[in-house]
Ligand binder design. Structure first.
Ligand code: AHR
Length: 502
């Protein structure tokens, strides 16, 4: 059976916020140390930033970069991470049972963003686990106040005369999770988030604030948590956060392939909860969503390993270094499609994480950097997924899944750029059969297929590694046609597809 949908410029979802293509750098494992920062590496610049990684970060096309955690932030003292490097303290990082040297800190993070280029925007998480309003305000003053106060002058004395201009702030991280240092009830967190937000707006009404939502849709407190937190913070914050990670459970690959069904329902349920609170408060304001952690993550395996071999406080250990297959990249692409399909409300999203730790970019200390399979869907979506998302309602053959019942074989979205060109992003979840696709292009003056690129492989387990870093790359697909307003393509089994039309 053929999968079908129609595109029409009159039916749109919304404009893509560039920050949908954000990422995340946490002090965790080798994301920072020997990831982005490795003084002495042959490619390192005078600040110790690996320029081979910097080049890949630019190619990946990331925008907002969330920092410094994650779970790490709930024990973070920002003061430790500024000033002369030799005087910075070594600290225990309770979240990852590691030792934090603070050789890379706030100033280095901002310098890293500036090196990436103007597309990179800071997204700073605050410690609301073990700290509170006062420390948040101090960090805000140190980072953003121009000069003439103790903390802004301290920043200048540390070598950063210009303010960092951090506009986007996360009010804590995963505060609903019992694993979080300083975990709180929704009532406790809601009050703290509200008071922090109120104080930060006294300093600068222009800040953009993200309140913590649930760590996943399966948390027992899900939805009630959001409702309680937003009741306290509705007028004070701009976004609520969502986090989701996916992996095959008990070898159930068919359900894994349909992970975006969960992601889309999560988004829709959070939107419903936000709007319910807004309606109760009789507010005209709309809260948007910051999906500030998402990815494929083989979490269950890592949790087992951590329970069996607890770490003895090493520096920058190899942690959570998942090596992604073609199968993982197809699911990953489908998660990107889910985000784009909800671009009207998901205005920030961060791929967790950027380098080495569940990441699209891998490095070897002293050695090369390379692209994982997941690098490609992200870089293509970031490059071609800018503009207006068109409303795509697929009529697709389905397949049975244990977790989600009948799921569509086709998962798709389409983005119309300012110049009128359109890019279709499509995944064939079918493992055995190619999927014929027919798209009616109503009212779109498109005449030509510029490119059909696919990520697929006869071996769905194929991966890129240190020894074979280019084993998997996207390939061109022949035979895709656009005639009389109809696009015809065939999607290979288990494939991520980018079809560019003009
Ligand atoms: O991204 C890895 C971890 O996942 C983050 O530190 C935490 O916020 C989440 O549980």
């Amino acid at each position: 059976r053929t999968a079908r949908f129609a595109l029409d410029p009159a039916f749109t979802v919304g404009a893509v916020d560039p920050r949908l293509f954000g990422s995340f750098v946490e002090h965790l494992g080798r994301c920072v140390y020997t990831g982005i920062f490795e003084p002495g590496h042959p490619s390192a610049d005078t600040d110790g930033i690996r320029t081979d990684v910097l080049d890949l970060v630019r190619e990946l096309g990331v925008t907002a970069i969330r920092y410094p955690g994650g779970n790490f932030v709930s024990g973070y003292k920002w003061e430790d991470s500024v000033g002369p490097v030799d005087e910075r303290p070594r600290r225990l990082d309770l979240a990852w049972r590691s030792t934090e040297t603070n050789r890379f800190g706030l100033s280095e993070y901002i310098a890293f963003l500036r090196k990436i280029g103007p597309q990179a925007e800071p997204m700073m998480a605050l410690n609301l686990g073990t700290r509170g309003v006062a420390e948040a305000l101090e960090l805000q003053e140190y980072a953003n106040h121009p000069s003439g106060t103790a903390l802004s002058d301290l920043r200048a004395a540390h070598g950063d005369k210009d303010p960092f201009g951090i506009r986007l702030w996360c009010l804590g991280n995963e505060m609903d999770g019992p694993w979080q240092t300083g975990h709180k009830t929704a009532e406790e967190y809601g009050r703290l988030a509200a008071e922090t937000a109120r104080a930060m707006r006294q300093l600068d009404p222009g800040v953009e604030l993200v309140a913590c939502g649930s760590s996943s849709q399966s948390m027992p407190t899900f939805a009630e948590w959001e409702a309680t937190v937003l009741t306290e913070t509705y007028d004070l914050v701009d976004h609520v956060s969502l986090h989701a990670y996916y992996q095959p459970v008990d070898g159930d690959v068919d359900s894994f392939l349909a992970s975006a069904v969960d992601m889309e329902s999560f988004i829709e349920n959070v939107v419903a909860t936000c709007d319910h609170v807004g309606a109760k408060l009789k507010s005209k304001k709309r809260i948007n969503l910051s999906f500030d952690e998402w990815n494929v993550w083989y979490l269950l395996e890592h949790q087992k390993e951590a329970a069996e071999n607890p770490l003895d406080w090493p520096e920058a250990p190899r942690l959570l270094e998942d090596n992604y297959s073609v199968l993982d990249a197809v699911v990953f692409g489908s998660l990107l499609i889910a985000l784009l399909r909800h671009a009207d409300r998901v205005t920030v999203a961060c791929l967790a994480q950027l380098v080495n730790v569940i990441a699209p970019i891998m490095t070897e200390p002293g050695g090369p950097a390379w692209r994982q399979t997941t690098f490609y869907p992200f870089s293509q979506a970031s490059r071609y997924g800018r503009g207006e998302v068109l409303d795509v309602r697929v009529d697709s053959p389905t397949y049975p899944t244990e977790k989600y019942g009948e799921a569509d074989l086709l998962h798709a979205t389409a983005v119309r750029a300012a110049d009128g060109s359109v890019t279709v992003f499509a995944v064939n979840r079918g493992r055995a059969e190619p999927l014929p696709l027919e798209v009616a292009l109503n009212g779109l003056a498109l005449t030509e297929v510029v490119e059909h690129s696919a990520l697929a492989d006869a071996d769905p387990d194929a991966r890129n590694t240190l020894d074979d870093p280019e084993r998997v790359t996207p390939h061109p697909v022949e035979g895709t046609t656009l005639q009389d307003g109809t696009l015809d393509a065939v999607l290979e089994p288990l494939s991520w597809n980018v079809i560019r039309l003009r």
